[in-house]
Ligand binder design. Structure first.
Ligand code: ZN
Length: 476
């Protein structure tokens, strides 16, 4: 890398002086690859970050941001580095701020049903601590062992149980953030009702580190479910899927916790990845994984089976397998969770996370596939998603793989725009989707986002280049 400029050296000396040398590693001493830096000697411009800082407290984060603000050093906040859109990729000459050493669970308040945590606590540690207190933290996603609560908040993470418990936004009651100039703003609120003025925490949830850095949070816990019922069903048409969803919502009420739909091409790949024989034969156009989490050990299982029987009798559900043990529950979920390893069988693909109004999802998927075939002269797409949340995932490749990934992106996002959908359902924007933001947001919405950005980060040091596309010249 290029040697730091004298201004950067002064900044680094001050930072090390205030935080201590064990909390700051200069680029030469840090494992930058672990922190998302991709060295590229073919690039004319050096993209190497300046250093990595590992704060241990909110006060440390405040010190770091105060100095970055004074010296105009860009900051890339990082959690578990499991994001899907490049939101944590560090910038050239900037500081990486890793929250991995802030991993204390500070308190579980059983009466309030809350847990107060630092930003670097892994999601799985929160789930396990809640469980140990006979409580439940419902956010769940494949990266649970590595992703951190701060990143879940920064991206407003979704996952498999949004249908019942909402996204991360609904699971955060209190927040502490550090602003761009180092100011600490703390509201570790534990109350469900609190209308005392603007609920500012929502500005930061989902802002991908561009407005402030979350250091601590109060999370909302739920009673631990006493029963789990899971089935995998084969269906013939998307209208049948929608009818099944409607009735499942009605019969299972608030217990319905997941309704995952897999198109047949996805299922055929997924059963090759998951261990053991396929739970249902291949060939149904749609597969639904349905889960209910309940509290009535006497009746929940019977009610779940009644729902399935009704739909099997009316031939809406062509075949179904109901998990009879915790191991079988895991086995059925493994089919759906193989989405993280599709490339082992399907090969490298371009992955999408989009939203489309639920009733239009199948028509959108068909249209998207035919547009891709036309644009690329062939290709394949695996389709699956949380359709009750209007959220669809696609893994797409052309006849020559992902050689034309830019064209695949442009084709899919144009279809999303034309169907009135969102280019990001649960993964965020980062750098990967930034240029397509105008497909899902109006110019006045993006102008408003810039006004918020300028007011909270006037010198533009917080995760620059992420989320917002270049500002229109009339605004500058
Ligand atoms: Zn998902």
């Amino acid at each position: 890398m290029n040697a730091p400029t004298s201004a950067q050296t002064i900044f680094l000396d001050q930072l090390m002086g205030e935080l201590g040398p064990v909390s700051v590693l200069a680029a030469a001493d840090a494992d930058l690859v672990r922190h998302g830096h991709v060295p590229d000697p073919t690039q004319a411009v050096d993209r190497t970050p300046l250093a990595v800082a590992y704060p241990r407290s909110t006060a440390d984060v405040s010190t770091i941001l105060r100095l970055c603000h004074q010296h105009h050093i860009a900051v890339t906040p990082q959690g578990g580095l499991t994001g899907m859109v490049g939101g944590a990729i560090p910038g050239a000459g900037g500081l990486i701020l890793s929250l991995e050493r802030m991993r204390e669970i500070e308190e579980v308040d059983v009466a309030a049903a809350t847990m107060t945590v630092q930003a670097g606590v892994p999601l799985q540690a929160v789930q396990e601590r809640a469980e140990a207190c006979d409580l439940f933290f419902p956010l769940d996603l494949g990266a649970r062992g590595s992703c951190m609560i701060g990143g879940n908040i920064a991206t407003n993470a979704g996952g498999n149980r949004v249908l019942r418990y909402g996204m991360m936004r609904e699971l955060v009651l209190g927040l502490e953030v550090v602003l761009a100039d180092g100011t600490i703003v703390t509201s570790l609120n534990k109350m469900l009702k609190n209308n005392a003025g603007y609920d500012w925490k929502h500005l930061f949830i989902g802002s991908e580190g561009t407005l402030g850095i979350t250091t601590r949070a109060v999370l909302r816990l739920y009673p631990k479910p006493r029963t789990t019922n899971v089935a995998l069903c084969g269906l013939a048409t998307f209208d049948d899927v929608l009818a099944f969803l409607k009735e499942a919502r009605s019969m299972l009420g608030g217990d319905l916790s997941a309704f995952e739909v897999m198109w047949k091409e996805f299922y055929e790949v997924a059963v090759q990845i998951a261990d053991g024989p396929p739970p249902l034969e291949a060939g149904y156009p749609f597969y639904v994984l349905i889960e209910a989490l309940g509290s009535d050990e006497q009746d929940d299982g019977a009610r779940f089976e009644r729902l399935l029987e009704r739909f099997i009798t009316s031939k809406v559900v062509k075949d179904a397998v109901v998990a009879q043990s915790a191991r079988e529950v895991e086995g059925l979920w493994a089919i759906r969770d193989s989405s993280g390893e599709l490339d082992r069988v399907f090969g490298e693909a371009v992955n999408f996370d989009v939203s489309i109004p639920t009733g239009n999802i199948a028509a959108f998927a068909d249209d998207c596939r035919s547009r891709l075939r036309e644009a690329l002269g062939g290709g394949e797409a695996l389709v699956f998603g949380h359709i009750a949340d209007s959220n669809l995932h696609l893994s797409c490749k052309g006849p020559d793989g992902i050689a034309r990934s830019g064209l695949i992106d442009a084709t899919v996002y144009a279809a999303v725009r034309d169907w009135g959908g969102s280019i990001s359902a649960e993964h965020g924007i980062g750098v990967g989707k930034r240029d397509y933001l105008p497909y899902s947001r109006t110019p006045s919405e993006i102008d408003l986002m810039w006004k918020i950005k300028h007011s909270l980060d006037p010198t533009g040091i917080l995760n620059p280049g992420k989320v917002l596309p270049a500002q229109r010249s009339s605004d500058s």
